[in-house]
Design a protein around this ligand. Sequence first.
Ligand SMILES: *[C@@H]1O[C@H](CO)[C@@H](O)[C@H](O)[C@H]1NC(C)=O
Ligand SMILES: *[C@@H]1O[C@H](CO)[C@@H](O)[C@H](O)[C@H]1NC(C)=O
Length: 272
Amino acid sequence: MKIILFYLYIFDFLFHQPSVPFVKMIKWFLAALVLSIAESGKIRPQLPSYIKVCHRSDPNLNDCVRESVERIRPYLSQGIPELEIPGCEPLVLPEIVMNQGKGSIMVQSKYKGMQIYGPSQFKLRSVKVDIEKNKVKIKLFLPRLEMIGNYSIQGRIMMLPIAGHGVSTGNYTDIEATAVMQGEKYEKDGETYLNVKELHTDFTIGHASVHLSNLFEGDKQLGDSMNEFLNDNWKSLAEEIKPILEKTISDLFKKFSNKIYQKYPLDVLLPP
Ligand SMILES: *[C@@H]1O[C@H](CO)[C@@H](O)[C@H](O)[C@H]1NC(C)=O
Ligand SMILES: *[C@@H]1O[C@H](CO)[C@@H](O)[C@H](O)[C@H]1NC(C)=O
């Protein structure tokens, strides 16, 4: 910025001199220089220092991306305002609506403001970057997720009627997760950018413990036995609920990823 001001100052000074050919030449040269500096600063935003730059020709690219994810972890939990990424401790799912009408579950349920604690405690199992195919595959392990939110539910679960609204809590442990991101390249202002076209996640939950408060208008006996039933059968219930949870979480991460990819050209994120 200072350099640009300096050149502008000289430019202005020379502009007011008698127009001898030499001065004229310098004038145009400086004008071109000022413009090119201003231009390059405009279209090449710098990456924040906490993002480790990996080169796409790096033979150990997978390890580099892995280190990059590790370095950004503390920022993920607090959020990154300049990239419009909210903190993920807790991760908040504004609304999940499930209209399950097949198999052993026939319920309409709604979860509002579900807060998920623990996502930043992930351990990276593997990172695979395929530059040619614009594809990234990440496997991670989540030791524990704790969820709390308001729910409302009605319907039948394995023939038993269920109804209620209140607070839903749940602890999920030993989760293995796989995320596959498929991107596509596009051109904008002479630069190549990446757009995340598809993001799929897949979870396997090791153990779950859940509780729904105020079931059946607060009837303690019915509520207790339904909660006991839910915990005894969490595995088959989780299987049926999984697809919608996976989609909700995939969409959320796709949105955050694209906020970064829209902002920085590929040559800044993954220089040659
Ligand atoms: C959950 O419900 C309670 C009581 O109705 C309310 O005070 C609270 O704001 C709700 N929380 C969310 C996240 O909607
Ligand atoms: C989840 O874990 C917390 C903290 O250990 C505990 O207070 C809570 O009762 C647990 N909730 C369920 C539904 O198991």
